[in-house]
Design a binder for this molecule. Structure first.
Ligand SMILES: [Zn+2]
Length: 190
């Protein structure tokens, strides 16, 4: 067993519900593809996709800021900065907060690029997210000071990037698009 062992695939959360959390009866049944209900008390719950944000930050030489995950899921693999959008937050606010918390960097400008659906297995459960990728400019890269959830920071040129070194499926997709040069939007001006 190594620390880089791939975590066990999570179970769909919807299949984990059996007892009604409101009335306690052993009565929960599937109501739709993404909802369960309790016929005894009318409790109805939807399992919605969570929103997450991913930052593509490049330095003056066009190298991409890449992190190494210090924590599960996918501990030890490469990743991009970002995280879940909290309730009442815009995606832009979530990105600014995550970049501040994770890297101690302030975002000076950002541009939405595209989204990728993702599966996030954590603690034996499977979460569904949609990851929103943004190209980000930061105020001062010299302020970079990673948090405990980041084991290492790397700046990699597109040709140095290997999508397979990234632990999360949606991040591999974002990296593949970055390598293909489709994310900067600079192609036409070059
Ligand atoms: Zn009930």
């Amino acid at each position: 067993m190594t620390t880089k062992e791939v975590p066990q695939a999570g179970l769909e959360i919807i299949s984990q519900f059996r007892f009604c959390p409101r009335c306690g009866r052993d009565a929960i049944e599937r109501h739709s593809e993404k909802s369960v209900r309790c016929p005894a008390c009318g409790f109805l719950f939807f399992f919605n996709t969570a929103a997450a944000v991913v930052a593509l930050i490049t330095d003056r030489e066009g190298r991409l800021l890449v992190t190494r995950r210090a924590l599960d899921p996918a501990q030890g693999t490469l990743d991009l900065p970002g995280g879940f959008v909290d309730a009442h937050e815009t995606a832009e606010e979530a990105l600014s907060r995550e970049i501040r918390e994770e890297l101690n960097l302030e975002i000076a400008g950002l541009r939405y690029l595209f989204s990728v659906p993702n599966i996030y297995d954590y603690a034996g459960l499977r979460y569904h997210t949609v990851d929103l990728a943004f190209a980000c400019e930061v105020r001062d890269l010299n302020m970079l000071r990673p948090s405990d959830e980041v084991a290492e920071i790397l700046f990699l040129r597109p040709e140095e990037l290997d999508a397979n070194a990234f632990g999360l499926k949606s991040t591999r997709e974002v990296i593949a698009r970055f390598i293909a040069g489709r994310v900067t939007g600079d192609e036409k001006s070059k």
